[in-house]
Design a protein around this ligand. Structure first.
Ligand code: C5P
Ligand code: ZN
Length: 476
């Protein structure tokens, strides 16, 4: 079989050879959907090689964590979906000769080198859009399968998890996976694990009853439907074909193809009539990635819903449950994960309600709220993103949410920008990094979604700095 990502093949083969020769390996991965799928893929590959694995899921990898790991490990530690930012520290410990780090990641690396480093960014690929941690781990797993000859099943079956990881990290371009991600998805299709096709690009097509599905089309706002349950029901009732099945609303996937077309074109017509720009209407359709071996109508059938299940476990410090689901547990772990998802949804709707009721304050360029302990610090970013579409919240201004940290000192900050600012030079990651550093904290992230931690009491100074930086970005 051809390697899935030729540019990484040689490095992957060398790392696989080292790992296959180890007796036991400590596996350290990131606590989000991409990190959990990365750990499941790498763990499976190590099992093929008969290597004993101990897995730890971490929120991040700071210098202290690296020092601790290096002191406690006398042999190989495999890092997935993290490690690139600590490469210098890892290199330092590797030079003692007692500790061998292997980093399989897609984040921006610092300037340092270790013997085994697998990262799309070092071979000219876009680690933000073309390959995530899980895809990079998949490259390693495929090299491992080559290394040891026969493995149980087809190694390309792991591509399904790689797709979930990429989708979890939002690595789509105009609604679909591209580059190495696309090559991996294609391998998953060949192995009978993944199916893809153009579909309504709204979250929850497998599990949400239609009115709820339409009510939450948050990415593309359709006036009178998005955020409006009655409007969504009225829209469905007025379509030329009956949708409701007795008193039960079906899910999108339960509709026959013709009815789906009717609903989709009805939505587009409505969006056009209400003046939604055509480039935004186009975003209502995209490529959907289905996990062919999962039960239809379940939370694991669709890659996007699967990644949400995993994130729900990670955000409540129950990553081991998400990892077990990735490793195939469809009983206890899945049940526990779905319970966490229900709690997560409830916490989100309580959080949104709190912000909408309490209201936000406006600065010159941003709006903000401080939830203290009303909203968990681990979900304040999602809440900030979701309230951007709510009544009483300005849809033109970035939003900054604060929440007290549950563990440790300081205040968690999350910033989100409304989609309409996408092409106006905004860079929340930079705004967070600069402003947090100014007040003795730390921050970073992407242009439309970023975060920070700042010392308690520094919120006003931080906010003033953010407002200035964003003002300058939007003017520039
Ligand atoms: O935590 P939150 O969801 O708001 O983070 C949004 C993005 O910002 C994430 O991609 C995260 O990795 C990044 N971030 C960061 N530094 C921080 C906090 C968040 O780079 N201190
Ligand atoms: Zn990742």
């Amino acid at each position: 079989m051809e390697p899935p990502v030729p540019a990484l093949h040689e490095r992957a083969s060398r790392a696989a050879a080292h790992l296959a020769a180890a007796d036991s390996v400590r596996l350290v991965s990131h606590d989000d959907a991409d990190g959990l799928t990365s750990a499941a893929i790498a763990g499976t590959a190590l099992e093929w090689a008969g290597v004993e694995v101990m897995t730890e899921i971490k929120h991040g990898l700071d210098e202290d964590a690296i020092d601790e790991l290096a002191a406690a490990s006398t042999e190989t530690v495999l890092f997935t979906d993290l490690g690139s930012g600590g490469l210098d520290r890892l290199a330092h410990h590797a030079s003692t000769g007692q500790f061998t780090p292997i980093v399989v990641d897609h984040h921006q690396p610092v300037d340092a080198s270790i013997e085994h480093f697998l990262n799309p960014r070092t071979v000219g690929l876009d680690g933000g859009r073309e390959l995530a941690g899980a895809g990079t781990a998949y490259v390693l797993a495929r090299a491992m399968a080559d290394q040891i000859g026969a493995v149980e099943g087809d190694p390309r079956e792991l591509a399904a998890l790689a797709v979930v990881g990429a989708i979890g990290d939002r690595q789509t371009v105009e609604g679909e996976l591209v580059g190495a991600n696309q090559a991996i998805a294609a391998e998953g299709e060949t192995a009978g694990m993944v199916e893809s096709g153009t579909d309504l690009a709204v979250y929850g097509t497998q599990t949400r009853p239609l009115p709820k599905l339409l009510e939450y089309t948050s990415d593309v706002r359709i006036p009178g439907i998005t955020g409006n349950r009655r409007g969504a029901i009225k829209f469905l009732e007025e379509l030329p074909v009956p949708i409701k099945d007795g008193d039960r609303w079906p899910t999108w996937t339960e509709l026959d193809p013709e009815t789906r077309t009717t609903v989709a074109s009805g939505l587009m017509t409505r969006a056009m009539e209400r003046g939604v720009p055509s480039d935004r209407i186009e975003r209502l359709v995209g490529t959907r990635y289905i996990l062919a071996r999962e039960e239809p109508g379940t939370q694991l059938r669709d890659a996007s819903e699967f990644s949400t299940v995993l994130n729900a476990t990670a955000r409540y410090e129950r990553s081991e449950i998400g990892l077990a689901v990735c490793r195939g547990d469809r009983e206890e772990a899945l049940e526990a994960a779905l319970e966490l998802l229900r709690e997560h949804r409830m916490n989100l709707s309580k959080g949104i309600e709190w912000v909408v009721e309490t209201g936000v304050r406006r600065e010159s360029h941003v709006q903000w709220f401080h939830a203290r302990s009303e909203i968990r610090d681990t979900i304040v970013g999602i809440v900030a993103g979701m309230v951007l579409g709510s009544d009483g919240i300005d849809r033109h201004r970035p939003i900054v949410g604060f929440a007290d940290k549950l563990a440790g000192d300081g205040v968690k900050v999350s910033a989100r920008a409304p989609g309409r600012l996408a092409n106006r030079g905004i860079d929340l990651g930079q705004a967070m990094r600069v402003s947090a550093t100014d007040v003795g904290g730390e921050g970073g992230g992407h242009s439309m979604a970023a975060g920070a931690t700042v010392p308690a009491g520094q919120e006003p100074a931080f906010l003033a700095a953010v407002d200035d930086v964003i003002g300058a970005q939007l003017d520039g």
